[in-house]
Design a binder for this molecule. Sequence first.
Ligand code: TNX
Length: 542
Amino acid sequence: MIRFLFCFLCLPLLSNAQKADYRVIPLPQQITADTTRVFLLTDGMEIGYPSGNPEIERTAGFLRQYIEETAGLNMKMTSGSRRAQIILTIKPEKRRNADTADGIYNGKYTIRIGKDGIALEAPTAEGLFRAVQTLRKSLPLSKGQPVAFPCGEINDQPRFAYRGVHLDSSRHFWTVETIKTYLDMLALHGCNQFHWHITDDQGWRFEVKALPELAEKGCVREQTVIGRNSGVFDGQPYGGYYTQDECREVVRYAAERYINVIPEIDLPGHMQAALHVYPNLGCTGGPYPVWQVWGVSDDVLCAGNPATIEFLKTVLGELCSVFPSKLIHIGGDECPKKRWKSCPKCQARIRDLGLTDDGQHSVENQLQTAINHEIETYLKSLGRDIIGWDEVLEGGLTEGATVMSWRGIQGGIEAARQHHNVIMAPVDYCYIDYYQVKENWNAPISIGGYVPASKTYSFEPVPNDLKEDEKHYILGAQVNLWCEYIAYPSHLFYMLLPRLDAISEVQWTDPRQKDFNDFKLRLRHQFRLYDRLNVNYCKTVE
Ligand code: TNX
């Protein structure tokens, strides 16, 4: 009788309840769900977290916020309560494999849904945060109706330790507010590395207190070329830089979302904005304007001038005081050797170092490696490791360098064979500054190319050519968002989404589970979530 009454009373609730769906993006590794039994989440229920643990309290607070913005339900927060309907707990566990990288282990979690409530469990606080993101994405987009969660269990952990997304803040400047939205999108997709490109030819955007003019003058270009190097300029000065306090705020915001910020000071090329302020650091002595066009500049740091290394140490020393990341990106890409070849100082340095062409590495490429070596030694003294674009292979790799393979996967393969860590970000799959639709005549302008979501989705970061004991050097994958042609947030997020969804399944999900058609079906819900969050995205998915 009581049972009958209970059902009778619950029926109206159930009838307008909407179902949660655990098949989110990125797809969790293992889901078991019994759709005949549900837990019903209603307004005013409680989220419980361990008492005296502000870190998990914060994550519980995120969940509260997500449930409100997605399902329109208001939750209460309680510490130490066993009665709460949604409970977050740390469950210590023995690491089965001592080799499991932190980035994988820390992402591990379980969600158990019983008819009385939901238990989120993980060995680390980060795991609970990842669990909260999954639960959040499973919520229906409703406005205050109860939510029916099918009973079952989700067991999940990421495939790769390094799940990165890059952003170019030099070619165009992004406010801290936009950076935060960008980080929110990374967190939503389980990414744990934000590669932040903050200096380049067209603008220096990092405050260096010992060199106050560097950002003040180096951040402003007098005008910008219109379109693709049309020769016509807009006549508008363009600038902006991040104070160290703002950078710390970005680091703090990212850390709350378990994202590490890897800053990049691109050297010794892509330095024209710095040369504008310190022309003595160039081979010709300048003058150099902060660059107003796109492409690769011949003017790079002079490798024969001792002041160059002093300058870089000052910059990187302050950089490290702001960014706690173990990995520091030193660029290394696209550094033409034209000036070095005819610069007496650079040539003298080559002689002093006793560099000779060994048939594999030109003396100028070796000179670049010599700079990398000095920088690596300096950064090591600060407890950091270097990462560079695959050009750092050209003069021979320095001892502990991680390689970011962008001109295809070959650089990554070579580096792994030399037992160096590798991040895969090849242009053909991972350059999300390229067009994502074939018929692009009315798409927002882009650098060109064609990298649709399906292409990104199809990327396999671990090449078959590698031997078994070389494969573990591939730490993960990353998409890169260069911003020569992207100047406004709505355009930025249009380029990012949904290709971030695509790479997130490459980074997180077991490849045997990947299926682009299924992914596209799951994207429908994700798009509605973007609508709710007021974030722009590309509606055409090819
Ligand atoms: C190559 S990727 C670059 C960037 C450009 C990008 C445009 C890399 C290491 N260097 O400087 O912005 O192409 O797609």
